[in-house]
Design a binder for this molecule. Structure first.
Ligand SMILES: Nc1ncnc2c1ncn2[C@@H]1O[C@H](COP(=O)(O)OP(=O)(O)OP(=O)(O)O)[C@@H](O)[C@H]1O
Ligand SMILES: [Mg+2]
Length: 242
């Protein structure tokens, strides 16, 4: 791949993050005190049973949902540390647009836009220069150079997910979050997607967190795993300084 990416410094430390959902007066502790550190270039898998809090964690790190307590400090290398929990609405929108690329299990492409238009829309939102040219480059790099004008329903699942990856990448995010990115794909396509993500991490030092149920894939592609159960970490290589 020949992607033109800026090598932004990036690190974040989450400390004691808690999040509950309430159904009437019944509390569901989705995250019950999670602490973790993510540095530039990390490629980590998040594993855990259904309902353990993986999506909740990703959504909170990506600024799509908010924690009830704890800190999520980001350091963008400009000497400033910011707690995303204290962001204003505008700062949070900016954080999501500029720094975070999200890849979902069901791709979440816009069905009435072509492959190229889906990428271009994200590119324009993030305010990058030459959005159309860059969108084409990313699609080509992901092997979809001859399918710019196809609509999502004219593409296979693996192709749609590659478009979703291009869409996440085009804004050159500091952090890529993928929630079960291959949950909907067969094993050949699953390997293809993991290889792409791994290559992004190796060749471009991209910071990538991937939620998966698939222990085999996690072992095959990543050295570091984060295991979550009942909203808590059950195994994590790193100790967080307190
Ligand atoms: N919007 C919500 N309202 C109420 N409860 C919720 C909501 N979102 C998540 N939960 C609950 O919080 C817990 C954690 O959910 P979460 O989606 O983070 O799990 P997960 O690990 O991603 O599961 P899966 O592997 O099935 O995707 C679960 O008990 C879930 O039922
Ligand atoms: Mg989930």
């Amino acid at each position: 791949m020949i992607l033109n990416t800026k090598q932004t410094y990036f690190q974040f430390v989450a400390r004691d993050v808690k999040k509950s959902y309430w159904t009437g007066d019944i509390e569901i502790k989705a995250l019950d005190g999670i602490s973790l550190k993510v540095a530039k270039g990390d490629f980590k898998m998040i594993l855990g049973p259904s309902g353990s809090g993986k999506t909740t964690l990703m959504n909170i790190l990506g600024g799509l949902d908010s924690a009830d307590s704890g800190e999520i400090i980001i350091n963008l290398g400009n000497g400033k540390f910011k707690d995303i929990r204290k962001f204003t609405k505008n700062e949070l929108t900016n954080y999501r647009r500029m720094y975070i690329g999200i890849i979902f299990q069901f791709y979440n492409l816009i069905p009435i836009l072509t492959a190229l238009e889906n990428i271009e829309l994200a590119a324009r939102f993030s305010g990058i220069s030459n959005p159309k040219r860059k969108s084409k480059e990313y699609l080509s790099e992901l092997g979809l150079g001859d399918k710019f004008n196809r609509y999502p329903n004219q593409l296979s699942g693996g192709e749609q997910q590659r478009i979703a990856i291009a869409r996440a990448l085009v804004k050159d995010p500091a952090l890529i979050l993928a929630d079960e990115p291959t949950g909907n794909l067969d094993s050949v396509k699953t390997n293809e997607i993991y290889k792409i993500l791994k290559k992004l991490s190796e060749d471009y030092n991209k910071t990538i967190l991937i939620v998966t149920h698939d222990e085999d894939m996690a072992n095959k592609y990543a050295k570091e795993h984060i295991h979550i159960k009942d909203g808590r970490l059950i195994r994590n290589q790193e100790k967080i300084e307190r």
